[in-house]
Ligand binder design. Structure first.
Ligand SMILES: Cc1cc2nc3c(=O)[nH]c(=O)nc-3n(C[C@H](O)[C@H](O)[C@H](O)COP(=O)(O)O)c2cc1C
Ligand SMILES: CC(C)CC(=O)C(=O)O
Length: 368
């Protein structure tokens, strides 16, 4: 029997075997009771796909355009920090795999390799994810470097005024991994007692700016000409505000359930956000995407693309660059078969009527 993984979930077990416990727990874990972590996956399971038959599906075109950039399929690499914890070539390997898959990589500010090193290692289309520090001058400098080194958009992560309570990291006394982008600018070392729990949490709580608010989007716009996406939107109220302050895109995200436990599963928040946005800016989604059918469902509910977080790191930990390539290929292949079997030759053919959410079934059951 082959031990090669046949789906994305199987990479998680390989990664678990390959990684020191502290790192695996950090990557896999969510906040507190991890309720939202489970719901991110389960909410997809409550949606059914309504296939159409007798459609010519001899050619399937998964390509799409995000902020004017053509990608081979609506599957992007989510920003996740510290890829060297998983594999020595870290984000350099991830970026090469994203380039091979002809998709967009969102590089985390908290990357192990610097944004300049990643830029020169591949020709992937790259966006840069930003955290705003109390030291605004540092964030400004990072944005300017990203623009200079060919990053095509800024993804402002807005759900992290402080770090969520990740109990495994507290128990493991998770380290604060080095962040190459901050070298010479900001130290990740914090003054704490040695038995005080997660050092990453201490760093974030000391360095990130919890006063960041809507008016600061104007500040961000004043320091860059790049398009700005806001990551971490979960309500229609905030989606409307984001459009009002003039962002160029929205990422529906609960940070992989690592911040506020009991925040909604992202796919269950998607539709109200799509309705609120009324097509004015693209809406993307991340959280719990593990199958091509998940991607199909998110697109049917109005997302323009999805981003994938943990599976990319699991691929990296298990098999380096080849692992990330395989993860992206698996998701693409699965999306292709989902589109074929549901009668959708192109991305635009996937519509709201191709899925049902469980509310339909609840209604049906109450009628029976
Ligand atoms: C190990 C890890 C590190 C992360 N680091 C960042 C980060 O630096 N910036 C950020 O905006 N989001 C970060 N995220 C959140 C991801 O961008 C994304 O929202 C989440 O992983 C999506 O859920 P999924 O892992 O179920 O695909 C991180 C997630 C993980 C698992
Ligand atoms: C806070 C960052 C350094 C990493 C992050 O966003 C995460 O661990 O979820």
């Amino acid at each position: 029997m082959s031990t090669e993984p046949v789906n994305v979930d199987e990479f998680e077990e390989l990664a678990r075997q390959a990684l020191p416990r502290m790192y695996y727990d950090y990557i896999a874990g969510g906040a507190e009771d991890q309720h939202t972590l489970r719901q991110n996956i389960q909410a997809f399971c409550r949606i059914t796909i309504q296939p159409r038959i007798l459609v010519d599906v001899s050619k399937i075109d998964m390509s799409t355009t995000i902020l004017g950039y053509r990608i081979s399929a609506p599957i992007m690499v989510a920003p996740t920090g510290s890829h060297k914890l998983a594999y020595h070539e870290g984000e350099l390997a991830t970026a090469r795999a994203a380039a091979a898959a002809k998709t967009i990589m969102v590089l985390s500010l908290a990357s192990s390799y610097s944004m300049e090193e990643v830029a020169s290692s591949c020709n992937a289309i790259r966006f840069f994810q930003l955290y705003v520090f109390k030291r605004r001058d540092v964030s400004t400098l990072l944005v300017q470097r990203a623009e200079r080194f060919g990053y095509k958009a800024i993804v402002l992560t807005a759900d992290t005024p402080r770090l969520g309570r990740r109990e495994a990291d507290i128990k493991n006394k998770m380290i604060a991994p080095p962040q190459k982008n901050l070298e010479g600018l900001l130290s990740v070392k914090v003054e704490v007692e040695s038995d005080q729990g997660s050092l990453l949490e201490s760093f974030v709580n000391e360095a990130f700016d919890p006063s960041l608010c809507w008016k600061d989007v104007a500040w961000l716009k004043s320091i860059t000409s790049l398009p700005i996406l806001i990551k971490g939107i979960l309500t229609h109220e905030d989606a409307i505000k984001a459009v009002e302050v003039g962002v160029d895109g929205i990422i529906v995200s609960n940070h992989g359930a690592r911040q506020l436990d009991f925040s909604p599963a992202t796919v269950s928040a998607l539709e109200e956000i799509v309705h609120a946005v009324k097509g004015k800016v693209p809406v993307l989604l991340d959280g719990g995407v593990r199958r091509g059918t998940d991607i199909f469902k998110a697109l049917a509910l109005g997302a323009q693309a999805v981003l994938v977080g943990r599976p990319i790191i699991y691929g990296l930990a298990a098999k380096g660059e080849r692992g990330v390539r395989t993860v992206l290929e698996m998701l693409k292949n699965e999306l292709e078969i989902s589109m074929t079997l549901s009668g959708c030759p192109c991305i635009k053919d996937i519509t709201r009527s191709h899925v049902r959410t469980n509310t339909h079934y609840d209604k049906l059951h109450s009628m029976l």
